[in-house]
Design a protein around this ligand. Sequence first.
Ligand SMILES: NC(=O)c1ccc[n+]([C@@H]2O[C@H](COP(=O)([O-])OP(=O)(O)OC[C@H]3O[C@@H](n4cnc5c(N)ncnc54)[C@H](OP(=O)(O)O)[C@@H]3O)[C@@H](O)[C@H]2O)c1
Length: 228
Amino acid sequence: MTAFVLGATGFVGREVVRQLAVRATPVVAHIRPDSKSLAEWKQKLEALGAIIDTTTWDPAALATAIDRHAATQLYILIGTTRGKAKADAVDGDIYEKVDYGLTKIAVEAAQRSQHKPRLVYLSGIGASATARGAYMRARGKAEDAVRGSGLPWVMAQPAIITGERDESRLGEHVGAVVGDGLLAVAGLFSKSLQQKYASTTPDILASALIRIGEAPEHDRAFAGADLR
Ligand SMILES: NC(=O)c1ccc[n+]([C@@H]2O[C@H](COP(=O)([O-])OP(=O)(O)OC[C@H]3O[C@@H](n4cnc5c(N)ncnc54)[C@H](OP(=O)(O)O)[C@@H]3O)[C@@H](O)[C@H]2O)c1
């Protein structure tokens, strides 16, 4: 088993890499070749025990990389924010371009590869291709690309991911505090609904992603208690 992690520099991705390496699962950490912190990330992720891959975001090139590493799971843990897109000079519909656009490239790469890895996609609760908001719409389109890939797939649909980030994300923090506070109001929601919308942390989510990524069962979306 070899895991290929797209988004390995992310809040969740780096924890997936760490946990896989601790369990001695061979893990390839992908860093975009134009990363402004390439050397730093290379050093950090290598120290965790990962093999580094800096293949360009192109379906044919990534397919070759998947085969070179004989990947059995392709983790897609990618997405942008307004701040990140601005720093990357991505304009227009940033979620369509990054969250959906890069997932589409990843799916195409996996389809083209000889190894046909299982797709392990990190989505979010409420994603829908017909959603009004650009973020949820892009996530929904990305989910549809994963579901329609013809490859084995699993996806996680967590609510807010919280914890100490390198950069400040006030909205995320406030969302987690307010959301969890509301859910704590006794008797207002059923237990399963509470679990569905409760915030989570990268370590809990990473371990759930690895579990669903390696389980015999596939072609299924997981949320709530299944991600604990
Ligand atoms: N935060 C939440 O509450 C939440 C809840 C549910 C679902 N999710 C989804 O889960 C995904 C992962 O979450 P996270 O917190 O780990 O995100 P994150 O820390 O922002 O990491 C995002 C990853 O995507 C990469 N990326 C972003 N823009 C890119 C671009 N233009 N080209 C290539 N790579 C790019 C980043 O690479 P660099 O480091 O090189 O920028 C990083 O590896 C999110 O994108 C989000 O949509 C988030």
